[in-house]
Design a protein around this ligand. Sequence first.
Ligand code: ZN
Length: 244
Amino acid sequence: MRCAILADIHGNLAAFQAVLEDLQRRGAADRIWCLGDTVGYGPHPRECLALLRRHDHLCVAGNHDWAAAGNIDTSHFNPDAAAACRWTAERLTPDDVRYLRGLPLTLPQGDFTLVHGSPREPIWEYVLSVRSAEENFGHFETRFCLIGHSHAPLIFELGREGDCLYRQLPGQLSLDGEGKRLIINCGSVGQPRDGDPRASYAILDTEAGAIQHHRIAYDIAATQQSMRQAGLPARLINRLSLGW
Ligand code: ZN
């Protein structure tokens, strides 16, 4: 099976469309695995949800998804994120809200656990340090865990002694690895934060036992223009060109 692994689309339709076009060029996928935060920050939350839902897909809940749908409040959001969340909530249809409210926190799929933040704290925890990764390996049963939320393409590998190593997600990741367990973040489609503003996503090929990571240029200025027209916070607009 071939799965497109997408996370943190964040209402950025131009980025999402560019990723789907790239996916088609590479031979498509049987299914999308979406790791949450389809909405929030960006100017096209409704359109991104509609586009995702036109595809065969699985999706888990992100903090922005649940905040926009009213499942959780925005007291942990910074002021710009909270403003964007209010703006997003006003634009969702009742059906969008039902869909977002019903998203599960974690989804096991074969050798993989899908989650937005971390297996320990599915909505809120950022796995960015070796220490938090080490602690999280005890919170999922499968060999691999796919995460989003930090918007940084990274892998954490559990060593034989319970130690943990981390590195950038490479272009090609073999899942052989003598049974080693991994926590894998394929980066963000709609708001990358690793200094590279291009959309980030990956294709998992379960038969080949490999993950291919791709970076895709998209029309950043078009998304920024839509955000300006929507009156979204300037900081959220500017960061897209810088990839942070
Ligand atoms: Zn996010």
